[in-house]
Ligand binder design. Structure first.
Ligand SMILES: NC(=O)c1ccc[n+]([C@@H]2O[C@H](COP(=O)([O-])OP(=O)(O)OC[C@H]3O[C@@H](n4cnc5c(N)ncnc54)[C@H](OP(=O)(O)O)[C@@H]3O)[C@@H](O)[C@H]2O)c1
Length: 267
């Protein structure tokens, strides 16, 4: 089994790497791990290799850098062959407000990482996966969206817009990939306990541990779900949110807590 995961240095990506390593331990499994913090990736790779006797390749890079992802994909394919599963999970979230000029750079970064990062991740693998799908090998793309992409959340304009864009982009790609026998799953997490949500100072309904989420995620991918919200309770919340007319949404969100606006030196 060949699996390539972006955003593996922390949170959901880290939990997914553990889940897949455990799931396919004992068979010949190769996992490609992507993120910017190389020391986190190195530590994770050593841990997975020792715990589950699988093979890991690390690719410390920024998903905004399309050339770096092309090079990583070429290396992965040369070493292990086409991936069976590519998971575009890397993402960032911060509070943003359009009225502050200093937030413009944050809007740009969030859109580039959360949307273009996905395109950069999938693109260099599609040709090889198309060939392996012809040989009846599993070929699956998985994109991590968010319930925040279902409606516009106040204080999170950049994040909501990026995840709404991701949801639409992934749907277009899913239909395009049908002819190539490459399956695509969109996974929309609700609230998952990770460093990203550790920053939130408000109540997060149905908050789920990352390892529990990763198990359900891998099951959904195995079952070739096209679009799924995890946890399921947030799926019903999302369905309901979609139905609310704009005036009711505005009213219910009037006093909604805002995500923190932070320094932008992490860009
Ligand atoms: N946690 C939730 O409740 C929740 C809910 C809905 C959706 N999501 C989505 O789930 C995904 C994972 O989030 P998380 O909660 O696990 O957050 P996290 O713990 O902050 O992890 C984010 C991961 O993305 C990587 N990343 C960020 N920017 C990157 C860049 N420019 N290039 C390469 N890697 C980058 C980070 O690694 P480096 O910093 O080392 O680069 C890290 O590994 C995101 O797409 C997020 O939007 C999360």
């Amino acid at each position: 089994m060949n699996i390539f995961i972006t955003g593996a240095s922390s949170g959901i990506g880290n939990a997914l790497a553990h889940e897949y390593a455990k799931r396919y331990s004992g068979s010949r499994t190769n996992i490609g791990l992507v993120a910017r913090r190389s020391e986190h990736l190195q530590r994770l790779a050593t841990e997975l290799q020792n715990l589950y006797q699988i093979n890991c390749a690390i690719y410390p890079l920024d998903v905004r850098d399309s050339k770096a992802l092309i090079t990583a994909a070429q290396d992965f394919i040369a070493r292990f062959g086409a991936p069976n599963i590519v998971i575009a999970n890397a993402g960032v979230s911060r509070g943003t407000l359009t009225e502050y000029p200093e937030d413009t750079a944050a809007f740009q970064a969030i859109m580039d990482i959360n949307v273009m990062g996905m395109v950069h991740t999938f693109q260099p693998f599609i040709a090889a996966m198309k060939e392996s799908a012809k040989q009846n090998q599993t070929a699956q793309l998985v994109g991590v969206a968010s319930v925040a992409g279902v409606r516009g959340w106040p204080g999170s304009g950049a994040y909501s817009a990026s995840k709404a864009a991701a949801i639409s982009y992934l749907e277009s790609l899913r239909v395009e990939m049908q002819a190539l026998n490459i399956h695509l799953s969109t996974i929309a997490p609700g609230y998952i306990r990770t460093p990203m949500t550790d920053l939130n100072q408000y109540k997060m309904p149905f908050l789920m541990d990352a390892n529990v989420f990763a198990h359900k995620f891998a099951n959904a991918v195995e079952n070739k779900r096209r679009f799924i919200v995890i946890p399921w309770q947030m799926g019903w919340v999302a369905r309901f949110m979609r139905l609310i007319p704009p005036f009711l949404w505005d009213f219910s969100m009037k006093k909604a807590p805002h995500k923190k606006r932070l320094d932008w030196d992490w860009l």
